[in-house]
Design a protein around this ligand. Structure first.
Ligand code: ATP
Ligand code: MG
Length: 348
């Protein structure tokens, strides 16, 4: 399945005018390392899938404002509807083979089957003249948690993190109740708007569990946030639970917001696949420092159990004192205060 990552490199044959570089990651973004792609593994050839498009939009209806981000799946642009003036994010995806077409079709299907303020909304799916697919997404004007962390240059306070974790857990609860596993939860895939809402985005490697008898142990997603059982199911998985893998990724993400750097490596260490695999499978799970509250430390411990069966479920975590014991209004207000200068900068 690692082939998916390799094949997701954008071809750049979008027909919108190409912009100058203007990523939203902020000045510190360049100092962060990008995690390495997964090693190549053979995959079976899959039949081509039709990517359903929605007829109500054409690419020419939109003008490009700037580039919002680049990922393994393609480029994301901020665009404006020429007639209404509404602003959206447009994610372009290149389907260069049947595997990739299946993957895009699944991303579209998942976006269409979700309906929650905690998951990014897809307004339409637009075919491009060059045969690519573009997803018209709601625009999140404060960027991702990754870019927020970079721009801020400081970890988030614990109270704000509790509110962030609550929102992501609600998003995961929505997905898991529909038997959807995300498989790539990380700060770059959690998007924020000026109202302080956090939405789960990027379903490029997600999976609908009811569709398959496949136990779903696979190398997809960003390996840095992958749980131990996805590398080594025999040692850590037992009866593999794909939902628990999302919880591990959430735990690492939340810890990163507190530490201000990726938790499994010392700050500044360049990641490579082998180092990450050793840290995840053979190292002790990372812990919070003593200065953090006991509730917070316990919450992280419940998420980062190496044995997947010992990890708490999303429903259990929502009831954990770190989440349920906090004043929601207070934590949301603090988070809005933190993001307001960033939202203005990114959205403009
Ligand atoms: P990767 O493979 O690196 O996870 P990807 O190609 O699958 O990325 P996304 O994660 O969907 O693409 O988007 C890449 C980046 O573009 C995000 O991290 C974010 O900065 C920006 N972005 C994506 N969607 C939106 C949106 N709806 N609103 C604002 N910014 C967005
Ligand atoms: Mg992404």
């Amino acid at each position: 399945m690692a082939v998916i990552r390799e094949r997701r490199l954008p071809k750049g044959n979008l027909t919108l005018d190409l912009p100058g570089q203007d990523p939203t990651g902020g000045p510190d973004c360049r100092q962060r390392f990008s995690f390495p792609p997964l090693p190549l593994q053979p995959v079976a050839t899959l039949p081509a899938a039709a990517i359903p498009t929605s007829g109500e939009h054409r690419l020419s209806d939109f003008e490009k404002i700037k580039v919002l981000g680049h990922g393994n799946g393609g480029t994301v642009y901020q665009v404006r509807h020429r007639r209404t003036g509404s602003v959206y994010a447009l994610k372009t995806l290149t389907a260069d083979d049947s595997l990739r077409r299946r993957q895009i079709a699944r991303e579209v299907e998942i976006l269409r089957s979700t309906d929650s303020s905690t998951v990014i909304h897809c307004h339409g799916v637009i075919p491009t003249p060059s045969g690519d697919t573009a997803l018209l997404l709601e625009f999140m004007d404060a960027g991702s948690l990754e870019s927020l962390l970079n721009r801020r240059g400081l970890p988030f306070p614990e109270l704000a993190i509790a509110g962030i974790a609550r929102q992501v857990l609600l998003g995961l609860s929505h997905l898991h109740s529909r038997q959807i596993v995300h498989r790539d939860i990380k700060p770059g895939n959690l998007l924020v708007n000026a109202a302080g809402e956090i939405k789960i985005a990027d379903f490029g490697v997600s999976k609908i569990m009811r569709r398959s008898l496949d136990p779903c142990v696979s190398y997809v997603g960003t390996c840095a946030y992958m749980s131990p059982e996805r590398f080594d199911p025999d040692s850590y998985g037992g009866n593999y639970d794909a939902y628990a893998a999302d919880v591990w990724s959430l735990g690492l993400t939340v810890l990163e917001l507190h530490l201000g750097h990726f938790p499994l490596l010392p700050p500044g260490q360049r990641p490579d696949w082998a180092t990450l695999m050793c840290a995840i499978c053979f190292g002790e799970p990372p812990e919070l420092p003593e200065t953090a509250s006991s509730d917070f430390r316990d919450f992280i411990r419940r998420c980062l159990q190496k044995e997947s069966s010992k990890r708490w479920s999303v429903a259990q975590l929502l009831a954990h004192p770190f989440i349920a014991g906090r004043d929601k209004e207070e934590s949301d207000l603090l988070f809005r205060e933190i993001i307001s200068p960033v939202a203005v900068a990114v959205g403009s």
